[in-house]
Design a protein around this ligand. Sequence first.
Ligand SMILES: NC(=O)c1ccc[n+]([C@@H]2O[C@H](COP(=O)([O-])OP(=O)(O)OC[C@H]3O[C@@H](n4cnc5c(N)ncnc54)[C@H](OP(=O)(O)O)[C@@H]3O)[C@@H](O)[C@H]2O)c1
Length: 370
Amino acid sequence: MPGTIRQWIYNTPLVNDELTLTQFAQRELPIPDLQDGQALIRIRLMNIHSNTRFRMARQITRLGHTDPSNYACADVIRSRDPAFKEGDVIACQAGWQDYQIVSSADGPQGGYGEPSELVRALNGTGSPWFYVFRPAMAKMWTPDVLMEVFGTSGMTAYFGLRECGPLMPRDAVAVAGASGGVGSIAAQLAKIAGCRVVGFAGGADRCAWVTTTLGIYRCLDYRAPTFEADLRAACLDGIDVFSDGIGGDLTDIVTRQMNRHGRLLSYGSAAAFYADTFDAPGERPSFRRMFGITDAIEARLKLKNIKCEAWIVNQFYHERLRAEDDLSRHLISGALKPISHVVDGFDNLPAAIVDLYKSPRAGKLQVRLA
Ligand SMILES: NC(=O)c1ccc[n+]([C@@H]2O[C@H](COP(=O)([O-])OP(=O)(O)OC[C@H]3O[C@@H](n4cnc5c(N)ncnc54)[C@H](OP(=O)(O)O)[C@@H]3O)[C@@H](O)[C@H]2O)c1
């Protein structure tokens, strides 16, 4: 049994939205006695979300506190909560810390919605993010794969493409952020479905990585001044499906080249999270707005009868067992490669978060604690 919890907190506010190591401080807290309905977990690995800096800049992550919303894989060490037993491997939301007291009655952290009745029934918890992996899954896959392919990235790509589907073998599929967490999996799943996949990444090296490592037909540099023309040349018959977690100018450029009756999987706004500075805070926009669907794009989608919905992946989590089985089969056959960037060590967590916005990497950033 550990005596204390080591924790990183948000210690000093960002200046001009720039994130540095000075924002973080470490502290130790005693582990409180376990109460009925609580469990002690050891956090093994946590996903670092690209909105981490935004959340700090807007003080959604509060000064003097840790960020409690990271999606993490953990072992249950002690339990007085009937939903968890010792030895379970769970997915949960966790702070920047090595141990945590959790309860299945806890709701979601960080502004996420309550689970639906079906998700609640499958998870047996009050949060869509708290979930005990089946023992077979925990035996088969390491925490980095559990958190990447069976975490938000893989599930978003899987359910997103299904909602855009069925993907037809001759579909031309454009994938933004093909070097990133969701995009690298979406590109591979579209390839498995027999589609002609064109990915987008930043710079020649990143594009070469996408084509050689993921085996994608083409990858275009979205930063090149010739990008729009390059896209037209790569998709002579237009684009049927666009997987877009980026938003901003890219959504505008690509939707112009989409075919009638196309499908737009719009799930994120990485362009905004990776920009040097953030827009001034305003009224909370709708998901569609947040994900880069402006009025002009909305009108274009309507004109071309392009199907597009915007959602958070946890709304499909009651179907996750099927997704886990399908994605496991693809991993076992070798058709799907798990891609993530793992940084080792609790002490390296702040540097990993700072680097997220400075150095390119492939796949989801994860920090392994144990
Ligand atoms: N709706 C949901 O349920 C859901 C689930 C998961 C994620 N998301 C959202 O989806 C987005 C992507 O998540 P992720 O985990 O895949 O992120 P990630 O691993 O950080 O990847 C982001 C990708 O965005 C690309 N990128 C950054 N700025 C760009 C720009 N200005 N133009 C074009 N591409 C740009 C980067 O490409 P290069 O490095 O090659 O430049 C990188 O590959 C995030 O906004 C996240 O919040 C939503």
